[in-house]
Design a protein around this ligand. Structure first.
Ligand SMILES: [Zn+2]
Length: 491
């Protein structure tokens, strides 16, 4: 038995000014056939799990290219076509195969391709023909289109957000694939369109209980092979944007669609209750400055480079300066040009500097001031779980009682070590401002007296009712109050 595997993935925030070319893929993960490292990166778990199973079960795994670019904006057309064709050529060379098992993200948008995964899967199907199994693991922050459903046999999505379960879901994907090849099951996809878009952290209720429930259903009913919630991705302005419920049954499409509908309507009934409550920058800074015990961590949740933004918004910093904050540190503001100027000036210099808010509207204004350059670090890194996340050449500057870290490689604030490597003791500060939505929590909770979730400016299209979509559907919640009731017009 011969099985082909490959990975082609990124998450495209179509509103992001940071465009993606081949260098961006090479900077994040680009592994030619057979050269993928032993540890998977999010969407590449099908390769590492597949390698283990190939040895255990004795099939031949033919590896294609595995590549992933960190979330950002539109993918260059030639970059997408080049990577796609590279993998398709590898698949042609590998024929005949019994199955194609892919790692995709599901929210990639390239210049000229609104549904890149649909385009890619349709071409895979054309090459292998109608009878060969084609399946993929995907990120739930994606767009489940008719084109990709038609081209593939089944999909499995991560269930957790933060995505802690990408290896477990790759195990599910492979188990169903191998059971199908052995003739034990016949996977059929049933999809319900929830006609909504929302954000669904699974670290809190109601989504925690919902995920626990669908996992129980999978465990208890052998006819249910897999249940996925496709959260959707509100920063992707594409025609099929929105939340979907996917049930993969063992040849029971009627049962699948009934269950998908029941679960989808249950989610719809809880719309607007999933995300943690947020406050604006004025309230966040006032509360933090009034606190008697520190550090108070203010998460600038929507200027998160992990969601594809530049990470250079200054709205919170401007408010800190306006309210006269002292004993405060901000990590980080992305500004490679300002970092270069600081590097030229050197540690200890006092210079006139303009920094931040150069990438996009809704991120505030650049900050001007006489800053002191406290510490410079080339190729700075912070801890991220067991590994390290780079944030590039970085400058620790001081302005009016506030320590600010400027960085040159976009990175979300994963860990307090981002402050300590720049010479700031995070635990001794009264206020820490960071840029992250969710992933910061585990490490910052260990030192924080309090955590405030702040929605500052509009660096990210976080309010779908007001986002100027050009391609996304206008007849889903929250653009309309109840899209499942045809009596109700647009809001
Ligand atoms: Zn995701």
């Amino acid at each position: 038995m011969r099985i082909f595997t490959a990975v082609l993935a990124t998450e495209t925030n179509t509103f992001s000014p940071i465009c993606v070319d081949r260098r961006a893929f090479e900077a994040s993960l680009y592994a030619p056939p057979g050269e993928h490292p032993e540890t998977p990166t999010l969407c590449s778990a099908p390769i590492t799990v597949g390698r283990r199973l190939a040895v255990e079960k004795g099939f031949e795994l033919i590896e294609g290219t595995a590549t992933w670019a960190d979330p950002a904006g539109l993918v260059n057309r030639l970059t997408y076509e080049g990577l796609r064709d590279e993998i398709l050529d590898q698949l042609r060379a590998a024929l005949p195969v019994d199955a194609v098992v892919l790692g995709l993200h599901g929210a990639m948008v390239a210049d000229g391709y609104e549904d890149t995964e649909g385009d890619f899967l349709a071409r895979v199907r054309e090459i292998v023909g109608p009878d060969i199994l084609v399946c993929a693991e995907l990120d739930p922050h994606s767009h489940l289109t008719v084109k990709r459903r038609t081209a593939a046999d089944f999909f499995v999505y991560f269930k957790e957000f933060p995505h802690t379960d990408f290896v477990d879901r790759a195990e599910d994907l492979w188990r169903i694939a191998l059971d199908t090849l052995a003739g034990h099951v016949k996977p059929v996809m049933s999809v319900f369109d929830c006609r909504m878009i929302d954000v669904y952290p699974t670290s809190r209720d109601p989504m925690r209980s919902f995920v626990d429930k669908i996992m129980r259903m999978e465990a208890e009913d052998p006819e249910i092979l897999s249940i996925s919630v496709i959260h959707g991705f509100m920063a992707g302005d594409v025609p099929e944007m929105g939340t979907k419920l996917l049930v993969v049954t063992d040849g029971k499409p009627e049962k699948g669609i009934a269950l998908a509908r029941e679960l989808g309507l249950e989610l719809f009934a809880k719309r607007g209750t999933f995300i943690m409550p947020q406050i604006d920058e004025k309230q966040a800074v006032s509360l933090a400055l009034a606190a008697t015990v520190g550090p108070v961590v203010i998460a600038d949740v929507w200027d998160n480079p992990g969601g594809g933004t530049a990470g250079d918004a200054t709205v919170l910093l401007a408010e800190l300066l306006a309210q006269g904050a002292r004993d405060t540190a901000v990590g980080t503001i992305w500004d490679p040009m300002a970092v270069q100027i600081c590097m030229a000036a050197g540690e200890g210099a006092e210079i006139q500097l303009r920094f931040g808010a150069k990438s996009a509207p809704g991120t505030g204004n650049p900050i001007d001031g006489i800053v002191k350059i406290v510490k410079l670090v080339r190729n700075a890194e912070m801890r991220f779980g067991e590994s390290y996340a780079p944030f590039g050449d970085a400058a620790h500057i001081h302005l009016d009682g506030i320590d600010i870290i400027l960085n040159s490689t976009r990175a979300q604030s994963f860990d307090p070590s981002l402050f300590s490597v720049m010479g700031i003791n995070p635990a001794a500060k009264k206020v820490l401002v960071i840029k992250s939505t969710n992933h910061f929590y585990a490490s910052f909770a260990l030192i924080a007296a309090e955590i405030l979730y702040c929605s500052a400016g509009t660096p990210y299209p976080n309010n779908p009712a007001r986002t100027p979509y050009r391609r996304a559907p206008r007849d889903i919640w929250p653009m309309v109050e109840n899209p499942h009731n045809p009596e109700q017009g647009a809001a």
